[in-house]
Design a protein around this ligand. Structure first.
Ligand code: FAD
Length: 215
């Protein structure tokens, strides 16, 4: 990587990873991104869903969205995804932290206009939220596709950063009579609540998500 690259992690460099596999692993563990870009000198950071396809991130939104149209014009953008894995509780305030996996990607977006590719991409979004769900629900029709702006964000540069393990207390603090350690954090889903007008049992995708048994 050239010196002073935009994606070079500067602090705690040992936590940085740049290989595509490491970046993709963090991206594939989520579906919520924060998309940052600047329009007329004003920065915007917008939360959006994404689905990874190869080294691209698919983004979608309404054709009425001004911000989506700006992105579609190819303004330089920066997309960040992060997962918190635990609370790191140190003996000193200074060393409190969190365990995490995060990615920062740089690139630009292009519009996808082909209706077949758009429909496939929208199915990928559904599966990115819940694997297997696209096949259990109706495909987008012509009007829905026409109302959707689909962007393919090409990742040009990316970095991943991962913190794991316990607190890094100062040696002088280790003898203090204070608790220190990690409280792991994980995403957990609750029991499925059917729509008021739905009397069917939860489909396989939901059952897999919840680990089998459903009342
Ligand atoms: C959930 C979470 C909470 C955090 N809270 C804090 C906090 O409160 N205070 C704090 O100082 N830091 C926090 N960090 C770490 C923060 O994201 C930066 O890594 C840190 O500020 C050091 O940046 P830097 O000076 O090394 O790099 P910078 O000079 O800021 O960035 C240079 C390049 O390094 C890469 N990079 C930097 N950080 C990350 C990252 N996290 N993931 C992937 N690539 C990255 C990017 O490509 C970036 O363009 C947190 C991280 C996460 C995931």
């Amino acid at each position: 990587m050239p010196a002073n690259s935009r994606h070079q992690v500067r602090r705690t460099k040992e936590r940085a990873q740049y290989e595509a596999a490491a970046v993709h692993a963090v991206l594939d563990a989520g579906f919520l991104a924060h998309v940052g870009f600047s329009v007329d000198g004003q920065p915007f950071v917008i939360p959006m869903l994404y689905a990874r396809e190869g080294n691209d991130l698919l983004l979608h939104g309404s054709i009425a969205s001004r911000l989506m149209r700006n992105l579609a014009e190819g303004v330089p953008a920066c997309i960040s995804v992060s997962h918190v894995d635990g609370l790191v509780l140190a003996r000193s305030h200074f060393h409190h932290s969190v365990n995490y996996r995060s990615v920062v990607c740089f690139g630009t977006a292009v519009t996808v206009d082909d209706p077949v590719q758009k429909a496939q991409a929208l199915a990928r979004f559904v599966d990115a939220i819940l694997p297997g769900r696209a096949a259990e629900s109706r495909e987008s029709d012509r009007n829905e596709l026409a109302a959707t702006l689909l962007l393919r964000f090409r990742i040009e540069d990316a970095s991943a950063k991962v913190r794991s393990g316990g607190p890094r207390d100062d040696p002088a603090d280790r003898g203090l009579p204070l608790w220190a350690g990690v409280v792991p954090q994980e995403v957990r889903f609750g029991a499925a609540i059917p729509a008021e007008d739905c009397d069917l049992p939860p489909p396989p995708s939901v059952q897999r998500l919840l680990g089998g048994a459903q009342p």
